[in-house]
Design a protein around this ligand. Structure first.
Ligand code: NAD
Length: 479
């Protein structure tokens, strides 16, 4: 079994204290990871401050060159990295492989952004004054990432931060430290200057505050749960850090009565059960026009019952385990509360084996129960009927969250009406709620967070604007 270190200033540094990184499918220890503390975080921040000076002064073409090399190396290592994601996070092979390739695509998109840090000029009321606006990187960005897509979500944050000229200290989830350290090694191999990208592994409460409270950290990119995000934001505001908060969701999928029901059920099943529902944008609340609601729910239940679970390396396997026993307990609680409240369980409703929960379809739970209101982050979805489009939209908007939505219809007028009225950071018409694209602005309304990541939207986030003016004549002075 391998022991992994932090990655600070171009070097892997193994801590005297390690923690066990478990394989959630087998329950065995996959690796030992370094148990980071405040001192490790401080060392990484010092390295990143120096790394920032070097990195930010490189010409964009040079930043682009090394970032493109990272993309090539990610692709060259796709099989090895896929294996790590499978074993460390319980992903099935298709999800793990897609994550690696998507990470390469993100790196390429961000590499191009290094050349597009456009500024502006604007006409000034003072006739002899030339005004311009330039973009400057923030400085050091702390990237705090979750377990569920442990490579691509980290890459999504760091690629655009780096592309904009920042240095980064990353704190990956304690459930998935290895893939982050492997990513750091790839950046190093691609000739990123030492200190530009650092990783400190360990637990949020022990490493996180040192990053969040430091006045040498200028920005926070956080992807994770809403409760952790609130905690971090309350602390980061004390040093006025720029913050990007990509938080939880309870995402609606609206199904209108004109759809092909079988096909709609197939699409919904992917939205609900991909990676066992451990996706922030999972279709967890399905709202269906009443004429087809029950037939749709039964078709979805039939599809759910047909999903193959188990061997993560079999391309036919739909999904694997939830990440840990605590996550499984939450899934069980949500389903049991819906059952106790009188909801019918049309499929699933129990553990399959180990940490794998059956794909579960709940019919008409009370819209106050946890399975409908709270993020389950497991393979559970619920279906309710709505009288018409207006009611479907109203139900979709009942949530405090507002991350992503899907609308299934062939009627583009009704589809666009829903897209305009649903309060979410993204609405996908003709698709389920879980979509990604390296150039899209991903982020939420309400309790799903603030800020957007992807393409030039990220770059706006990871840069400061500076107004520079130049006096070219003699502007009259007041005294
Ligand atoms: P989490 O909030 O438990 O942990 C996320 C990260 O925060 C981890 O690295 C953790 O160690 C760290 N952390 C915990 N406490 C901290 C503290 N006090 N200070 C600093 N860092 C701290 O989330 P998770 O369970 O890893 O991930 C699942 C959650 O992430 C879900 O809610 C999901 O919806 C959300 N998520 C959101 C998006 C999005 O794009 N909006 C994407 C993926 C996941």
């Amino acid at each position: 079994m391998k022991t992994y270190g932090h990655f600070i200033n171009g070097e892997e540094i193994i801590s005297p204290i390690t923690f066990e990184d478990l394989n959630p499918y087998t329950g065995e220890v996959y690796a030992l990871a370094s148990h980071g503390n405040t001192d490790d975080a401080k060392k990484a921040i010092i390295a990143a401050r120096a790394g920032f000076e070097t990195w930010s002064s490189l010409p964009p073409a040079e930043r682009e060159r090394v970032m493109l090399k990272v993309a090539d190396l990610l692709e060259a290592n796709v099989d090895r990295l896929t294996d790590i994601i499978i074993d460390e996070s319980g992903s099935v092979i298709i999800k793990a492989r897609t994550e690696v390739l998507y990470s390469a695509s993100l790196m390429r998109a961000a590499a191009g952004e290094a050349r597009r840090l456009y500024g502006d000029t604007f006409p000034n009321d003072k006739p002899h004054r030339l005004s311009m606006v330039i973009r400057e990187p923030l400085g050091v960005v702390a990237a705090i990432s979750p377990f569920n897509a442990p490579l691509s979500l980290l890459v999504k944050m760091i690629s655009f931060a780096l592309g904009a000229g920042n240095a980064v200290v990353a704190k990956p989830s304690e459930e998935t430290p290895v893939i982050a350290v492997e990513l750091a090694k790839i950046l190093h191999e691609a000739e990123f200057p030492s200190g530009t990208f650092n990783v400190v592994t360990g637990f949020g409460a022990e490493v996180g505050p040192a990053l969040v409270e430091s006045s040498d950290v200028n920005g926070i990119a956080f992807t994770g749960s809403t409760s952790t995000g609130i905690n971090i934001a309350q602390s980061a505001v004390k040093t006025m850090k720029r913050m990007q908060m990509e938080l939880g969701g309870k995402n609606p999928l609206v199904v209108l009565k004109d759809v092909d029901i079988e096909e709609a059920a197939e699409i919904a099943a992917v939205g609900a059960f991909f990676h066992g529902g451990q996706i922030c944008m999972s279709s967890a609340r399905i709202i269906v026009e009443k004429e087809i609601a029950r037939t749709f729910a039964e078709a979805l239940a039939k599809k759910a019952k047909s999903l193959q679970l188990g061997d993560l390396r079999n391309p036919q396997t739909a999904y694997g385990p939830v990440i840990n026993a605590r996550a499984l307990e939450k899934v069980k609680r949500h389903v049991n509360e819906a059952r106790s409240a009188g909801a019918e369980i049309l499929a699933g409703g129990d553990v399959h084996h180990g940490l794998i929960y059956q794909p579960t379809v709940i019919w008409e739970p009370p819209r106050t129960c946890s399975a409908w209101c709270e993020e389950t982050f497991g393979p559970v979805t619920a279906v309710v009927a709505a009288d018409d489009l207006d009611e479907a939209i109203a139900i979709a908007n009942e949530s405090d969250y507002g991350l992503s939505a899907g609308v299934l219809t062939n009627d583009m007028v009704r589809g666009m009406t829903a897209a305009r009225k649903i309060r979410c950071g993204a609405v996908h018409v003709g698709m389920h709620s879980f979509q990604s694209d390296s150039m899209a602005p991903v982020g939420g309304f309400g309790m799903s967070g603030f800020g957007r990541s992807g393409g030039h939207y990220s770059v706006e986030h990871f840069t400061e604007l500076k107004w520079i003016s130049l006096e070219l004549g003699k502007t009259p002075r007041p005294f």
